[in-house]
Design a protein around this ligand. Structure first.
Ligand code: 5GP
Ligand code: ZN
Length: 141
């Protein structure tokens, strides 16, 4: 536990939350400032800041919970779809430095955008640059 982490305090029960699922490794609860009805956060109980910091087992538990809860959440609020996403690091908009996946229910005509809308201007990358990027990722994958 990280003493000054809001989500660790929720895990510890020191801050109340509307918990929708809990097991030994994972907690899921409603976002306090929802972007849509049913907006849910899924977190590992252990404190890790970003996906890169998360041990494999904890990452698997978080994804398993996201996978199982997403259709349950959609049904509960009668959503047409959902965005499932992580703000992974401060530059990507992560405000709470404890890994959390967002499940944001979506509704036909809700005025929101796709995940493609969150980044800045599209980069103009040459074929060589794309090949180089792919190779660098593949080398460590
Ligand atoms: P981030 O920008 O870090 O990806 O998202 C953090 C999310 O946590 C925000 O959507 C915010 O509304 C939510 N949040 C922040 N503090 C609390 C809290 O104390 N309780 C709950 N349930 N959600 C919180
Ligand atoms: Zn924490």
């Amino acid at each position: 536990m990280s003493e000054d982490c809001i989500f660790c305090q929720i895990v510890a029960g020191d801050i109340p939350s509307r918990t929708v699922y809990e097991d030994d490794d994972v907690l899921a609860f409603l976002d306090a400032n929802p972007l849509a009805p049913g907006h849910t956060l899924v977190i590992p109980k252990a404190h890790h800041e970003t996906l890169g910091d998360l041990p494999t087992d904890a990452g698997a538990s978080v994804f398993e919970t996201l996978h199982r809860l997403t259709p349950v959440i959609e049904t509960a609020v009668d959503a047409d779809a959902s965005n499932v996403a992580f703000n992974n690091g401060e530059a990507a908009g992560q405000e709470v430095p404890h890994v959390h996946g967002h499940v944001i229910p979506r509704f036909d005509g809700d005025g929101g955008g796709p995940i493609h809308a969150i980044a800045g201007a599209r980069p103009d990358l040459s074929d060589d640059e794309l090949d180089d990027i792919a190779a660098r990722i593949a080398d460590d994958a």
